[in-house]
Design a protein around this ligand. Structure first.
Ligand SMILES: Nc1ncnc2c1ncn2[C@@H]1O[C@H](COP(=O)(O)OP(=O)(O)OP(=O)(O)O)[C@@H](O)[C@H]1O
Length: 886
């Protein structure tokens, strides 16, 4: 007997072990002999078991054969088979699963008087005997047996171990499933104790006399034996585990029809309830047999609710269908056999129920966490308990994803190829003019040396008298991003440098955060009379400035030039101003390793949908001026103006990042415009567009891309680009101040497109650079910068906002007014996600704290887009202009 249970366990573990193995319900049919009563009324036995699995209706000829005559189940037992045989050959294996930690259930189903109780009493008795035998033979394990019994009578649950007739409530426990509340559970002492309890239950059960059965069970009875066992060796230790399972012996009430049982009164009422439960049971079984699709109505009766785990869940289940062979019961017998055939299709998934001690549970969970962590680290490695179907699905998804990526890459490659072809064509066109320019340079001995050294640097004078007292940026530091690079415009430009420049003075303009932009002065040609040069230059700049002022006043020109930029000529921007935001001396080593054209190299291609269009540079050819134009009343700005741009730190609340960035961009435009004026008075506007476009290409910005294709397309492109830029800012830890200024400054004007594109490209480059894995220092440095800004914002909140304003802000940002470090909480939330509403709100708060004046035109003026000298200091009162954004 013990060996049987052991074999069962081994077999079970082979089938699926703890993971659970699907198994069909075992269906047995037991045909009883004709009862004395039936014999007395000359009943005929029409059913015969023709082999171990098939039962045959012998009287088909007489009935006209409208029903199947043979029914096959897992095992059939003839009327002369003793219950012992039914148990041994049918139910034993299932019943004993419980000692191995596997739930099991044995049902008896059939019409009244067909032999359900007769069978289940015997089965329970033999099973209990075997269980006790098993326990006695396995002294190495400690067993605990608990017994409980209920009956469901007229949809009321009764405790068969209690003499009280109180109905018990049924509730659903999330872990244990349906649970009968306050049910008595007796711990068994021995086999005798169990026998006593069984007798007690039998006495308690509702029994009544029907036409068909003198002692008919009028209720469904469920006897449950719960078996827990632990290895004695490990008991009380951290690794001890307990196996726990129940075996249920279910004796259902008869499935007869009321008319057949000749029921009336209370018997009829019982019959209705009994049939309601059995009808629900039949429906549940039918649905389960079709594969558990759709809703299964377990909850329609107490019986099915309680039996739910044993019908389609964690249990091994056997159903013994009992039959009367009498001809008069043929209809009920057929119904029972149909039920049997349905039940044969139902599967359950039993598993070994292991209850762990708390310590063992912790250990097990730790092991599971480790396994999951390792799976996360090595997603490619197969899981230990491999679910092949799931893995195959995962692989298919991966393949699909890769195929999509390949298609996208092919698209990008084609795009890049077409760009290369365009560029090659452009290079061919430009070669001749470039050669001429180089010849001109070479002819000028006086400047050839210095220009060859500095031609790739940005040259701006600091002031007339300043001598070079600052260090220059080594050329190679500037090579990493060739975002902006402007070729010398012409020899004329070199011959007429800014008259206020002398010597090799270097100006350090403030840059955001810890760095400064160093601006290198252009060498002055030695053979030029200083006064002449000054006059000529003043005239040129003055007229140009007047022209641009006019344009700005009339709101026609998209090109506004910062004051500082007006003072210089012959500029050559080696890289994007904005890129310097990330440039620090410690990054230089990393940066200088990057090839000059790495920007282009890493740029994946232009965004889809951007059309090649000319920049809408508009100017009136009739107003073009020669280099010898009449002197303007507006001269070059004084150095006082420039000195307002002396180095500052962001702690002062000054804004330089976008200003300088914009200044650089405007400078390109200005130079091109100026060159256009000087070089070719008679050229048509289209030529200027072309040259501008060409130079923009030289600086790494494809001008034709930058301007929106049509008024209808641009707003969409802008929104898209703005979203991507916001994402990239976050990824690259871009300064919050830079983000704020940029976000508020470029709001979708068509002329903003070029700045948006430059910003997008430089950020993409940075992201690419950061993503290479050796940029930890650079990333940490940028992140640190952002942290410092947040600290500064905390201070500014205290300094610049009234208590009421602060409270309003905290409320708006969902920060409890009594919480600790409220300002810090707020500062940390600003720019913390990329939702556009959040971004707008964050920009408003930061701008307000920084004293960033106004919106739209006012903002642009602050960034040097006006020709009127601007002082880069911000009024505290200016925050009121942002109030509307709060
Ligand atoms: N296999 C059998 N061999 C001999 N007698 C049997 C057999 N099965 C049942 N009987 C007898 O038939 C009668 C009815 O059996 P039983 O009470 O078990 O039927 P039941 O299906 O439980 O009926 P009910 O649903 O009304 O409770 C009993 O007297 C029983 O002794």
């Amino acid at each position: 007997m013990g060996a049987v249970a052991g074999e069962e366990l081994v077999k079970w573990e082979k089938m699926g072990g703890e993971g659970g193995q699907e198994e069909k319900i075992l269906v047995l049919v037991r045909l009883r002999p004709l009862s004395e009563k039936e014999v007395a009324v000359n009943e005929v036995a029409d059913w015969e078991c023709i082999n171990d699995t098939t039962i045959l209706y012998r009287n088909t000829l007489r009935e006209g054969s409208t029903f199947p005559s043979a029914y096959t189940v897992d095992r059939v037992f003839r009327g002369d088979c003793p219950t012992k045989q039914v148990y041994e050959e049918g139910a034993k294996g299932i019943a004993l699963s419980a000692v191995s930690g596997i739930n099991s259930s044995i049902f008896a189903y059939g019409q009244t008087s067909s032999g359900k109780t007769y069978t289940m009493v015997g089965i329970t008795e033999y099973a209990v005997a075997d269980i006790f035998d098993y326990i006695n033979k396995h002294e190495e394990r400690a067993f605990l047996l608990k017994f409980s019994a209920i009956e469901i009578y007229n949809e009321i649950i009764r405790d068969l171990l209690s003499t009280e007739n109180t109905p018990l409530r049924l509730r659903d426990d999330p872990e244990r499933g349906p649970l009968v509340e306050k049910l008595t559970e007796e711990t068994l002492r021995d086999r005798m104790h169990l026998k006593e309890l069984l007798s007690f239950c039998e006495a308690q059960r509702q029994v009544g006399e029907t036409y068909l059965n003198d002692k008919s069970s009028r209720s469904h009875q469920i006897i449950r034996l719960t078996i827990e066992s632990s290895a004695r060796e490990f008991m009380g230790k951290s690794n001890s585990t307990t196996l726990a399972a129940s075996v249920n012996f279910v004796d259902l009430a008869g499935s007869e029809r009321a008319s057949q049982a000749l029921s009336a009164g209370s018997r009829l009422k019982e019959g209705c309830h009994i049939n309601k439960s059995l009808l629900t049971l039949g429906t549940v079984i039918r649905k389960l047999s079709k594969g558990r699709q759709g809703h299964i109505n377990y909850r329609d009766s107490k019986l099915t609710r309680i039996l739910q785990p044993f019908l389609g869940g964690n249990s091994r289940t056997a159903i013994i269908c009992t039959l009367s062979p009498a001809r008069s019961h043929v209809e009920q017998t057929r119904n029972t056999l149909l039920f049997a055939c349905c039940a044969k299709q139902v599967t359950t998934k039993a598993q070994v129920n292991v209850v762990m001690s708390d310590k063992a549970l912790v250990k097990q969970l730790q092991k599971e966490v480790t396994r999951l962590e390792s799976e996360l680290r090595n997603p490619g490695l197969p899981a230990t308990s491999c679910d092949c179907a799931a893995m195959s699905r995962k692989k298919n998804l991966q393949i699909e994803k890769m195929e999509r990526e390949i298609r996208e890459l092919i698209k990008q490659r084609d795009l890049a190829q077409s760009r290369v072809e365009d560029l090659l064509r452009m290079v061919g066109n430009d070669q001749k003019s470039s050669k001429e320019r180089m010849d001109t340079w070479d002819d000028d001995d006086s400047i050839s040396e210095s220009s060859s050294i500095y031609r790739s640097d940005l040259h701006i004078r600091e002031n007339e008298d300043s001598e070079s007292s600052h260090d220059k940026i080594p050329d190679e530091y500037c090579k990493e991003v060739r975002c902006l690079e402007l070729e010398e415009s012409s020899r004329d430009d070199l011959e007429y440098p800014d008259p206020s420049i002398s010597g090799n003075g270097v100006l350090a303009l403030p840059w955001y955060g810890e760095e400064n932009v160093i601006i290198q002065e252009i060498p002055t040609p030695v053979n030029e009379d200083r006064e002449e040069r000054q006059d000529r230059d003043n005239a040129t700049n003055g007229v140009l400035k007047q022209r641009l002022d006019d344009a700005q006043l009339s709101n026609e020109s998209p090109l506004a030039i910062p004051e500082t930029v007006l003072k210089c000529r012959n500029l050559k921007l080696r890289r994007s101003w904005s890129c310097r935001e990330y440039y620090t001396p410690e990054k230089a080593g990393e940066m200088e390793k990057t090839p000059v054209n790495s920007f282009e190299k890493f740029f994946p291609g232009r965004p889809d949908g951007l059309q090649r269009k000319f920049f809408p540079l508009t100017y009136d050819a009739s107003t073009k001026l020669s280099t010898n134009g009449s002197p303007s009343s507006i001269g070059s700005p004084s150095m006082d103006d420039l000195s307002t741009n002396s180095p500052r730190t962001y702690v002062d609340g000054d804004i330089t990042t976008v200003q300088t960035f914009v200044a650089g961009m405007k400078e390109i435009v200005k130079l091109e415009y100026e060159k256009q004026l000087v070089d070719d008075q008679d050229q048509q506007a289209e030529t200027a567009y072309f040259k501008f476009e060409k130079n923009m290409k030289d600086v790494g910005v494809d001008a034709m891309l930058e301007v929106p294709g049509s008024p209808l397309e641009w707003p969409l492109q802008f929104k898209q680009q703005q979203r991507e830029i916001v994402e990239l800012w976050k990824t690259c830890y871009v300064s919050l101040f830079h983000r704020t200024y940029f976000f508020l400054l470029f709001r979708g004007d068509p002329a903003d497109s070029i700045y948006m594109e430059v910003e997008h490209r430089r950020l993409s480059f940075l992201k690419e650079t950061f993503g290479r894995g050796n940029q930890t220092v650079a990333i940490a440095s940028s992140a640190k910068g952002v942290r410092r800004e947040r600290e500064m914002l905390v201070k500014l909140m205290q300094r610049r906002l009234s208590e009421e304003e602060r409270k309003n802000l905290f409320r708006k940002w969902g920060i409890a007014l009594d919480s600790k470090r409220r300002r810090k909480q707020l500062a940390n939330r600003l720019w913390s996600n990329t939702n556009m509403n959040h971004v707008l709100e964050s920009a408003a708060v930061v701008a307000n704290l920084m004293g960033f004046t106004g919106q739209g035109k006012a903002l642009k003026e602050m960034f040097g887009l006006s020709f009127t000298p601007q002082r880069m200091s911000y009024s505290y009162s200016s925050r009121n202009t942002m109030a509307s954004l709060f």
